[in-house]
Every structure is written in structure tokens, then in C-alpha cells.
Design a binder for this molecule. Structure first.
Ligand SMILES: NC(=O)c1ccc[n+]([C@@H]2O[C@H](COP(=O)([O-])OP(=O)(O)OC[C@H]3O[C@@H](n4cnc5c(N)ncnc54)[C@H](O)[C@@H]3O)[C@@H](O)[C@H]2O)c1
Length: 314
């Protein structure tokens, strides 16, 4: 990793910042891209103070020309993008599907899905030309399952998973050595529950009391998550090992297995509230017939006793 150039979007906070710190600690030059100018400046100063070579570029990943400018600034400063392009910036919208406004859909699709599309369109041709590099796309466990009240988020993350799987196959078909990974974490303690801080003014947030209840619930779930540093370690590990799926919450893999079985056996989806990832199921066989049949830990029992939708904010 020493001396390689890593480009990371959504790098001013949470998972992106933790990956940038980890990459810098491994001797990489890091390009931090984020829409939040002040947080980006703080992150760049913190990293530079450790002796890392850092470039900070204010970027809106939902805007193709902004991502092209990010590539140009990176090449101007470092001459190449060697290794890691981490398409990571993301936001969330919480609420029942019928209450989500058109502008909320446009915002989340723009950041979570178009952000990844632009990152691939703009950076992958460079990596192919160099015949080296690795792309990491941040999806979520919500890209492999469909928890209630997270419809727009689920749609973008399923999109990121399938785009990543296809990119892997497209590169294989071309015989390119460029690597691809897709990151699918459960809840991680970051600023994601406050992602409305970056919501553009043209986004209609709808019923504000409902939105506040959604944020409060999301905050509670995120607080029960793992540290971003654990995720960063898993990302760098996967890049080194050229591993495709990065699953950071093994206790929840059964949720993915259950969904696959529901599809293959023609069963309807098992109820799955947005609090699903904070329930630490133990000894969960991947082939369990339903989430309810898994053996929950003490915390899981407490969550279940509060009522399946006890944590539903709506
Ligand atoms: N925290 C979790 O529980 C969790 C779980 C699974 C997946 N993820 C995903 O991880 C990624 C990182 O999120 P996080 O949890 O670290 O949250 P975070 O809010 O701490 O970080 C997200 C960053 O993205 C930036 N951003 C938002 N809109 C942007 C835009 N248009 N252009 C550029 N940057 C923009 C924000 O300013 C912020 O710095 C997201 O894709 C998120 O969906 C998070």
C-alpha cells in the first residue's frame, strides 16, 4: 500500500474518514472528497498532522462534473490513482414508502446510486489503463435484505450491490486485474442518522414531526452499531486479499440466507423492522427457515419483547 493513492468519497465523517485514516496509516496518499466543506477541512488537517500526504476536494458525488473535477485534481496533484477508489458517500431517508416525496427520492438516488455510477464511470477507465487498482463500493446489509421503513435506502443499496457484482464480471470478461469489493455493513456508529445535515434546499422533507421521529429512531439504531474503525480495517483487509463481499456483521448473515430461501421456496418476506441489525442473533444457522426461528441473545429477547414493531417510529 505504501505510496499508493486512495480516493475516498464521503471522507469527512464516519466510515469514509476511518478508511482514510487507516489508508494513511498504511502509508497511502489520500484524496478526501466530501460535500461538507468545514468537516472536510477539519479531516484533512487532522490527517496531515499525522504526516500523511492529503488532498481535500469539495465534491458532490451526485453531480458527474464534480466527480470529473475530483479525478482531474487528483491527477494534477498525485499523477495517478493507484489503488483504492472508495465510492462511499451516502445519505438516508426513513419512512413508509408512500410518505416519501419525489424530491427525497431524487436526493437519495443522486447521492447513493449516481454517486457510485459516476465514481465508476470517471475512475475505472483510468484503473483499466493502468492495469492496476481496486474499487470499493459502499452498499449495506440493506442491499442484501429489505427492512421496513427504509425503502429508498434499500433501493439504492440493492442497486450498489448489483452494480458492483456486474462491474466485477465486466472486468473479468475484459481480463483486467482491477479488483472490486462491495461493503455491506449493518449499523455502524457514524453521522448517518444526521444525514439530513447535507440535504439540499430543493428536497421537500414532508411532515417534519414524522421526519424527526424517523431521525430519532435511526439515531438509536446507529448508536447500537459497531465502530467505524472496525469497518475500515475490514475494507483494507479485503483490498489486500482481493475479497469481493465485505460483511462486517456476521451475526446478521442469516437475514441474507433467509431472504434467499424465501425467494427459492416461493414464500412471502418475513417481517423485518429497521432495528434488525442491532439484534445480535447468536448461533444463527444461515439456512434458518425464518428470522423468528433463530435463537436470539438476551438483547434480542428484550428487542422482541418490546414488540416486533415496538421500535417503529411511525
Ligand atoms: N452507519 C451505518 O450504520 C451504515 C450502515 C451500512 C452502510 N452505511 C453506508 O456507509 C456510507 C458512509 O456513511 P456513514 O455511515 O459513514 O455516514 P456519515 O454521515 O458519517 O458519512 C457520510 C459522508 O457522506 C457525505 N456526503 C453526503 N452527501 C454527499 C454528496 N452529495 N457528495 C459527497 N459527499 C456527501 C457526508 O458529508 C458525510 O461526510 C454510506 O454510503 C452509508 O449508506 C452506513
Amino acid at each position: 500500500m505504501q505510496g499508493k493513492v486512495a480516493v475516498i468519497t464521503g471522507a469527512a465523517s464516519g466510515i469514509g474518514l476511518a478508511v482514510a485514516k487507516r489508508a494513511a496509516a498504511d502509508g497511502m496518499k489520500v484524496v478526501l472528497a466530501d460535500i461538507e466543506e468545514r468537516a472536510l477541512g477539519d479531516a484533512a488537517r487532522t490527517l496531515a498532522a499525522t504526516g500523511a500526504e492529503v488532498l481535500a476536494v469539495v465534491t458532490d458525488v451526485s453531480d458527474g462534473s464534480s466527480v470529473e473535477a475530483l479525478r482531474d485534481r487528483t491527477l494534477e496533484r498525485f499523477g495517478a490513482v493507484h489503488l483504492l477508489v472508495h465510492n462511499n458517500a451516502g445519505v438516508e431517508v426513513v419512512g413508509p414508502l408512500w410518505a416519501v416525496s419525489e424530491s427525497q427520492w431524487r436526493w437519495i438516488l443522486g447521492v447513493n446510486l449516481w454517486g457510485v455510477i459516476h465514481g465508476i464511470r470517471v475512475f475505472v477507465p483510468l484503473l483499466i489503463k493502468q492495469a492496476a487498482g481496486h474499487v470499493v463500493n459502499t452498499a449495506s446489509l440493506a442491499g442484501l435484505s429489505s427492512p421496513a421503513l427504509m425503502g429508498p435506502y434499500n433501493a439504492t443499496k440493492h442497486g450498489v450491490v448489483t452494480i458492483s457484482e456486474t462491474l466485477y464480471r465486466d472486468l473479468q470478461l475484459k481480463g483486467s486485474p482491477v479488483g472490486v469489493s462491495v461493503l455491506c455493513p449493518g449499523y455502524v456508529r457514524t453521522g448517518i442518522a444526521e444525514s439530513h445535515r447535507n440535504r439540499p434546499t430543493w428536497v421537500d422533507q414532508g411532515d417534519s414531526a414524522l421526519a424527526e421521529r424517523g431521525h430519532a429512531a435511526a439515531r438509536q439504531f446507529v448508536e447500537g452499531g459497531i465502530a467505524a474503525e472496525i469497518v475500515a480495517e475490514a475494507v483494507l483487509d479485503a483490498v489486500r486479499a482481493n475479497r469481493f463481499y465485505i460483511m462486517t456483521h456476521p451475526q446478521t448473515n442469516a437475514i441474507v440466507g433467509t431472504r434467499m430461501h424465501e425467494i427459492l421456496e416461493g414464500r412471502s418476506p418475513t417481517p423485518l423492522p429497521p432495528s434488525f441489525v442491532v439484534i445480535p442473533y447468536v448461533a444463527a444457522p444461515w439456512h434458518a427457515r425464518s428470522i423468528a426461528s433463530l435463537e436470539p441473545s438476551t438483547t434480542g429477547v428484550a428487542c422482541q419483547q418490546s414488540g416486533f414493531y415496538g421500535l417503529c417510529p411511525f
